[in-house]
Ligand binder design. Structure first.
Ligand SMILES: Cc1ncc(COP(=O)(O)O)c(C=O)c1O
Length: 381
């Protein structure tokens, strides 16, 4: 059975050109970037090139790139690192639909006496800029608002958020794990002080990411040791992964994005038309190019997922990282979906390899599965 993968927001495969570029750094150019000999210096030179490439991609004129183990670590370092290094201010602002690695970091800090404001979102997932403005106070050190939501694809207006943060003189961090290389991000134009990115959502390897921070920002490191990464993140650099990350930046083209948008819009239209119990979650405009999220009345998303899986099709119910827990979905809650309906949600995310033929097979199978489950559901009786 040919597998149809529609879960690119959870992770992507490493594409051949990225894999090929990495190989030499396992087998031949395996030097430690801190070593003074030629093997070490060669590795260091390549890593510095990737740092520059990331800065260029983000138009980061006055920033440092700190390599980390991925989005989770970057987000933890951004928030904990910043508040621990600036003890006099104890208030941060995030939204209710942040990824768990931001939400749980905020909860952890609350237990230590920090104050957190959780901004509401509307039914499409957008924060209210007025509420943001009003929430900023003297004690506020940081506003952290994600760019693209990983579940419903909402793209926040980074430019407007950055403007408010600049006027109010608070730092602005954004988690751009889902949008990096898919959406325009300009650190200068959007006034972003700190940004989180990672490689495994853009056809690079897992376990590598970066926190890009404005020069002059103080952070308390989470990992102490040899003083790597400007002293912010000790540990021998994962050179092959960094090389892969650098190459992955070029993978998604403008044409790929256009193709994903067209396929996404086609699928939304078809599903809404052919499945009367379906409802689209998330926005119709300002939506991440590869994201779809649907609610089906009367049935469970998990049952849809398992039946699709038996047909060789991979999708997700909430975010992949939390779908193995029984916690209610915080994004669904925040956009006003009642608890009893939130179990009926599935997320479909497209990749550069996704074809129209695959989406047609998916839609055909989905229609049958939803019909079968709805017919069996006691809620329709
Ligand atoms: C928006 C967002 N932030 C952070 C992460 C965590 O990134 P990583 O898996 O690299 O730790 C993810 C991945 O699921 C994500 O989608």
């Amino acid at each position: 059975m040919k597998q149809i993968y529609l879960d690119y927001a959870a992770t992507t495969p490493v594409v051949k050109e990225v894999y090929d570029e990495m190989k030499d750094y396992f087998l031949k150019n395996y030097g430690n970037t801190s070593s003074l000999h030629i093997l070490g210096q060669n590795a260091d030179e390549k890593v510095e090139k990737v740092r520059e490439k990331i800065k260029q991609k983000l138009n980061a004129k006055d920033h440092k790139v700190i390599f980390t183990s991925g989005g989770t670590e970057s987000n933890n370092l951004a928030i904990k690192g910043l508040v621990y290094a600036n003890k006099e201010k104890k208030h941060i602002i995030i939204s209710k639909i942040e990824h768990d690695c931001i939400l749980k970091t905020a909860k952890f800090l609350e237990k230590q006496g920090y104050e957190v404001t959780y901004l509401n979102v509307d039914k499409e997932g957008f924060i209210d800029l007025k509420q943001l403005e009003k929430s900023i106070k003297k004690e506020t050190i940081l506003v952290s608002i994600m760019h693209a939501n990983n579940e419903i694809g909402t793209l926040q207006n980074l430019k407007e958020i950055g403007k408010i943060c600049k006027e109010k003189k608070v730092l602005f961090h954004t988690d751009a794990c889902q949008s990096f290389t898919k959406e325009k991000i300009d650190l200068e134009e959007f006034n972003i002080d700190l940004i989180t990115i990672n490689a495994h959502k853009i056809y690079g390897p897992k376990g590598i990411g970066a926190l890009v921070i404005k020069n002059g920002i103080k952070l308390t490191p989470l990992l102490h040791g040899g003083g790597h990464e400007y002293g912010f993140r000790s540990g021998t650099l994962n050179v092959p992964a960094i090389i892969g990350f650098g190459k992955a930046i070029d993978v998604i083209s403008k044409e790929d994005i256009k193709k994903m948008i067209d396929l996404r819009n086609y699928m939304i239209k078809e599903i809404l038309k052919k499945i009367p119990t379906s409802k689209l979650n998330g926005p119709t405009e300002n939506r991440l190019c590869n994201n779809l999220n649907f609610l089906f009345n009367y049935i469970e998303g998990e049952s849809i997922l398992l039946q699709l899986d038996m047909e060789g099709i991979c999708i997700s119910t909430g975010s992949a990282c939390s779908s193995n827990t029984l916690e209610t979905n915080h994004v669904a809650n925040a956009i006003g979906i009642p608890k009893d309906k939130a179990n009926g949600i599935i997320r479909i995310s497209l990749g550069i390899e996704t074809t129209k033929e695959e989406t047609d097979i998916f839609i055909e199978k989905l229609i049958k599965i939803v019909k079968r489950l709805t017919d069996m559901s006691p809620l329709t009786k």
